[in-house]
Ligand binder design. Structure first.
Ligand SMILES: Cc1ncc(COP(=O)(O)O)c(C=O)c1O
Length: 457
């Protein structure tokens, strides 16, 4: 009889934080920006796959992937090779002025995942999510000749001036930074667990649509609205999945009024939900094709590159009207190609028989089912939601209110047992691991969670 190898476990060699971690944390506190957050004491030294080892030699299981960025895990050999090869050829020329094959082919590859028959899309490359969002808003205004933008409460779109104006998740991002961009309004996000506008889980999508139509009658002339920007699945706001009917209805609303629909896929896109772009989860319920898409984070396994994709009929801004010195950097583009190889299954990852997109769907289903069974043992888990490896766990008080204090305690208890995790929303822990996560490693992470939560009871 063959015995299967025991799944890898976190290895904690020191008390946390270890001495080297504590020393770097202290230097970091002295010299880096006072705006940086430090949810718990962790200083990485190196990584391998879904495992990260800190500077004291403590190895932990990564369930947050640098905020949904490290799609292929840490130091994936296929990505490392692509980056090394490109570095030896050239690292920069400037895409704004000169074409480079590596970004041309990357754009060709990315649009294939969104183009419908008879449709053509184009790509603008930047460096960060916020830069993609800025580009999307500028394009929408330029194309429509209108100025107003509608965003959602709970959203996160980045930290540049345009992007923080659109962001609707926390006032700390805005306090003391005004004046912000004019002509931006926020509407509720249809959260089925906490339905806005007095609606129910089933009716909240329609309620938000009615609310927007109401604004068009009273406050915002619809013919002055350039775009509605929305995360098809909301990230920073709490890993929220809208009801199935919402995005098709939003698409129809935009069509009625000539408004550009921008899907911000920066966090949920690039295969994380089990589809290349998370809005594609909803295609079975109707037309959800946006006009503009923003992506970043997961696109290149941690190398800085972002993209703003738009229908050819929409990308009408003139030559020289927008650009970026580093945007579409060839080294990052090489990492993006390698990441797409794995996402599409052109190259398979050892341990995943299929594409990473398919793996995200399968392992995500498994985690979600396990977490739902955990709700019986832990009544303070009020909601488990998501798609693929984009999963949120919401902590609640006995009366059902969000319990941020308990969430913080749970997050720390998981970290102390060697599970790296990250919060979002008011009382949510997000599970956004590398998409190479196997079922065995997922089971290890879930067991750590159970132990951590038992300690809280
Ligand atoms: C949906 C979404 N859009 C935009 C951004 C901004 O991305 P970046 O931090 O790369 O500017 C983020 C970052 O978390 C995000 O989640």
């Amino acid at each position: 009889m063959t015995t299967l190898p025991k799944p890898r476990q976190p290895e904690l060699k020191t008390a946390l934080p270890g001495p080297k971690t504590a020393a770097i944390m202290e230097r970091d506190k002295q010299h880096l920006s006072t705006s940086y957050m430090r949810p718990y004491p962790f200083v990485p030294d190196h990584g391998e796959g879904v495992w990260l080892t800190d500077v004291d030699g403590n190895t932990m299981l990564d369930f947050f992937a640098g905020i949904a960025v490290s799609t292929t895990g840490h130091a994936h050999p296929h990505v490392v090779k692509a980056v090394q090869e490109q570095v030896t050829r050239f690292t920069h020329v400037c895409l704004t002025d000169y074409p480079q094959e590596i970004t041309t082919s990357l754009a060709e590859r990315m649009v294939k995942h969104v183009e419908k028959p008879g449709e053509k899309w184009r790509v603008f490359f930047g460096n960060s999510g916020a830069e993609a969002v800025e580009a999307a808003v500028k394009l929408a205004r330029n194309h429509t000749g209108r100025s107003h933008i509608i965003s959602t409460i709970g959203s996160f779109h980045g930290r540049t001036y345009g992007a923080i104006t659109l962001t609707g998740s926390k006032t700390k991002y805005k306090r003391g930074f005004g004046p912000l961009l004019p002509n931006v309004s926020h509407v509720p996000y249809p959260n089925p667990f906490r339905p806005p506008l007095g609606a129910t889980a089933e009716t909240c999508g329609q309620a938000v649509i009615d609310h927007i139509e109401g604004l068009f009658q009273t406050i915002i002339p619809a013919d002055e609205v350039a775009a509605i920007i929305i995360e098809p699945m909301q990230g920073e706001g709490g890993y929220i999945v809208p009801p199935a009917d919402f995005l098709p209805k939003l698409r129809a609303l935009c069509d009625r009024h000539g408004i550009m629909l921008i899907f911000d896929e920066v966090q949920a896109g690039m295969g994380r939900s089990g589809k290349m772009y998370s809005f594609q989860q909803f295609e079975q319920y109707g037309d959800v094709q946006p006009d503009i898409i923003t992506v970043a984070k997961g696109i290149a396994s941690g190398m800085p590159i972002s993209a703003m994709l738009a229908k050819e009929s929409v990308m009408t801004w003139p030559v020289g009207s927008h650009g970026s010195t580093y945007g579409g950097n060839p080294v990052a583009a090489a990492a993006a190609h390698a990441t797409l190889d794995l996402l599409e299954g052109v190259v398979t990852h050892p341990g995943c028989s299929d594409s990473l997109m398919a793996n995200a769907a399968q392992v995500g289903d498994y985690i979600m089912a396990e977490l739902k069974t955990m709700q019986t043992e832990f009544p303070f888990i009020g909601d488990v939601r998501g798609a693929g490896l984009f999963i949120g766990i919401e902590f609640v008080t006995p009366d059902g209110s969000p319990d941020g204090r308990l969430r913080d305690a749970a997050s720390m208890a998981m970290f102390e047992r060697g599970l790296l995790n990250l919060d979002c929303g008011e009382a949510v822990i997000r599970i956004s691991p590398p998409l190479i996560l196997t079922r065995e490693d997922a089971a290890t992470g879930l067991e750590i969670m159970r132990e951590a939560l038992r300690g809280l009871k």
